[in-house]
Design a protein around this ligand. Structure first.
Ligand code: CA
Length: 222
């Protein structure tokens, strides 16, 4: 499995990476939350091993944003021993499992294997509205037989719209979901991205402007 290790204790991260490599996985390491989230967004990891206490972006906020972006990588959270609130919060935010620190590498590997099995058994996930299909595993978008190439932001925007077809999103809501919360954003940017997305998706139009409110994606009326 492709595994991303997000852990600021570098020696621990290296030990985990070495154990995963030996067990036949393909690990990558990163030492702060913000950079980790960027990597998780750019590349499809099967599993993310996520520390809770991290510089720049903590593990809870990480998993919340990851799921808000529609990224379905499995998440195994590494929590401090005894802090059951951490475990509950992590799972509620969308983590798949947790492991209390300190842990034995054998236990970590067993959890990773278990999550891998669950992952393999899960059906291929896709979003579909009319003839538009978004594969959540490889991020490919098709309209009918036609493959559509989208940028990372266009894809994130499409995912938000396709998860709730017919719902009207305000520009501000789309900004918050697609762009990082702490960045300065401009709702004009949303108009530009929606325009580009609409053009790429072709006819009949799926992304509609709701005057004075925002945007919605829905199947063409029969
Ligand atoms: Ca830490």
């Amino acid at each position: 499995m492709r595994v991303l290790i997000v852990e600021d204790e570098i020696s621990l991260a290296q030990l985990i990476a070495a154990a995963l490599l030996e067990d036949g996985h393909d690990p990558a390491m990163v030492h702060d939350g913000a950079e980790g989230l960027g990597m998780a967004e750019r590349s499809a990891y099967d599993l993310i091993l996520l520390d809770v206490m991290l510089p720049k972006l903590d593990g809870f906020e990480f998993v919340r944003r990851l799921r808000a972006k529609g990224i379905t990588s499995r998440v195994l959270m590494l929590t401090a021993r005894g802090e059951w609130q951490d475990r509950v919060e992590g799972l509620q935010l969308g983590a798949d499992d947790y492991l209390s620190k300190p842990f034995a590498m054998q236990e970590m590997l067993a959890r990773v294997r278990a999550l891998g099995r669950r992952y393999a058994e899960a059906p291929a996930l896709a979003l579909q509205v009319a003839d538009l299909r978004l594969n959540l595993e490889n991020h490919e978008v098709h309209r009918g037989e036609q493959r559509i190439e989208l940028s990372v932001r266009e894809l994130a925007l499409l995912k938000v719209l396709m998860r709730e077809p017919g719902r009207v999103f305000t520009r501000t809501e789309l900004c918050e979901r697609v762009w990082e919360r702490e960045h300065e954003y401009d709702t004009k940017l949303v108009e530009v991205f929606v325009g580009r997305l609409r053009k790429k998706l072709g006819e009949p139009v799926l992304v509609h402007t709701v005057r004075h409110v925002g945007y919605t994606l829905r199947a063409p009326l029969a």
